[in-house]
Design a protein around this ligand. Structure first.
Ligand code: FES
Ligand SMILES: [Fe+2]
Length: 394
């Protein structure tokens, strides 16, 4: 429910330079070793099949994480203009996210106070000041207030002020709109201020949603998450697409409570490259990947950033909301071409490769194989993340 703050200057920039990043991000980048000097220690770690397939584990995650703490709903950048609203189906709930005339983001339940009808049925962004129910035409402001009732003379003693749309406690954090699904007082303590600052520096809030897509996957949300926490698969699963751009080892990891920041040098990386040109696009040299509690994935590319919200629906079903965020809309033919090719490429890589890997893994896990998944040194972040999640389940 806070007023969105824009990052000054971020909208005008086309690329991100090292100096645009937070001190913490710059410090992490400066610690990345040259590819030839990088090493990773082996580890011995595993998890039982049950965490990906068991109903009891799924229910515990719902109770102790997704219904207990604030969860991501959408991106604030989807509503750049005051007086706009979008319907979002999130975690099985019909929601509305609006930006009021004052610029405040609100999360409301997309259900009329008369008989529960959805007020907005599509998922487009609408620029409008009010919402009229399609059923009996009760009218609400996009702040949720009931302002008009058709044939109100037929209701004896109807107090409009008591029938506003249900609002969920919410907050924009690093450009992500979070809300507390059960309506209770939110506990924000798992979200990291540093990660929010980092994401602001990457321009997530001030940016433009170039494209978005929803994927309905037959896989546990953690199976969908895993490839974004490890570099082990990159040169292998992505051998035919982006695998050549990345080396196995040089990654610097920082944790902020149950939030993980990974920054990796691209293929052939050497620290001297950072100071060759202070105006260079830093994302030509390094890639940022964040896992923000509990289910937000952020991955940078040269000219855009990908954000994925992994919403668990069942032990073996996850709905992913993918957003491609660019610094601004494409205004030149060259930018149009770059963004449209990038969008096609990234949907192909995440959708056709990472999400496909998640679905084919879940097929085996669902058949009980393997009984235990083993993790290597290149996958250590997965284990770190599970350690954090499991503390909350205990
Ligand atoms: S259900 Fe909305 S006005 Fe009747
Ligand atoms: Fe991947």
């Amino acid at each position: 429910m806070n007023v969105a703050s824009k990052v000054p200057g971020a909208t005008e920039r086309k690329i991100t330079r090292l100096s645009d990043l937070t001190e913490s991000q710059q410090g992490a980048i400066r610690r990345i070793p040259a590819e030839k000097d990088a090493y990773t220690d082996p580890i011995a770690a595993s998890r039982q099949n049950e965490i990906f397939t068991g109903q009891a584990r799924f229910d515990a995650e719902q109770e102790k994480i997704f219904n207990r703490f604030p969860v991501p709903i959408t991106m604030a950048a989807l509503l750049p203009e005051n007086g706009s609203v979008v319907a979002v189906e999130a975690y099985g709930k019909p929601l509305l996210v609006s930006r009021t005339r004052d610029g405040e983001i609100k999360v409301l339940i997309n259900a009329c106070q008369h008989k529960g009808s959805k007020l907005v049925e599509d998922c487009e962004v609408h620029k409008q000041g009010r919402l009229t129910c399609p059923y009996h035409a009760w009218t609400y402001g996009i702040d949720g207030k009931l302002i008009g009732v058709a044939r109100s003379d037929m209701f004896d003693n109807l107090d409009k002020s008591q029938r506003s749309l249900v609002e969920l406690p919410s907050k924009v954090w690093g450009g992500v709109v979070y809300a507390q699904l059960d309506g209770s007082e939110p506990d924000w303590s798992n979200l990291s201020d540093q990660v929010a600052e980092d994401l602001d520096a990457l321009g997530l809030e001030s940016g433009h949603v170039y494209g978005r897509q929803t994927f309905d996957l037959k896989a546990n949300w953690k199976v969908v998450l895993e490839p974004f926490l490890e570099g082990y698969h990159v040169q292998r699963l992505h051998a035919a697409s982006i695998g050549d751009l990345f080396a196995d080892a040089p990654t610097i990891v920082d944790t902020f409570g149950p939030n993980i920041r990974q920054v990796s040098g691209r293929i052939g990386y050497e620290p001297e490259m950072l100071d060759a040109d202070e105006n260079a696009n830093i994302h030509k040299l390094v890639t940022h990947a964040y896992t923000a509690f509990p289910n937000v994935v952020v991955v940078t590319s040269q000219y855009y950033t990908s954000v994925m919200l992994l919403m668990p629906y069942a032990t073996d079903r996850t709905i992913v909301h993918y957003y491609m965020i660019t610094p601004g809309p494409a205004t030149t033919p060259k930018a149009k071409d770059v963004f449209s090719r990038s969008y096609e490429m990234i949907i192909g890589v995440f959708g056709g490769e990472d999400f496909r890997a998640a679905e084919i893994s879940q097929a085996g896990l669902g058949a009980g194989v393997p009984k235990e998944t083993v993790y290597c040194g290149l996958e250590e972040n997965i284990v770190r993340y599970y350690d954090e999640i499991e503390k909350l389940l205990d």
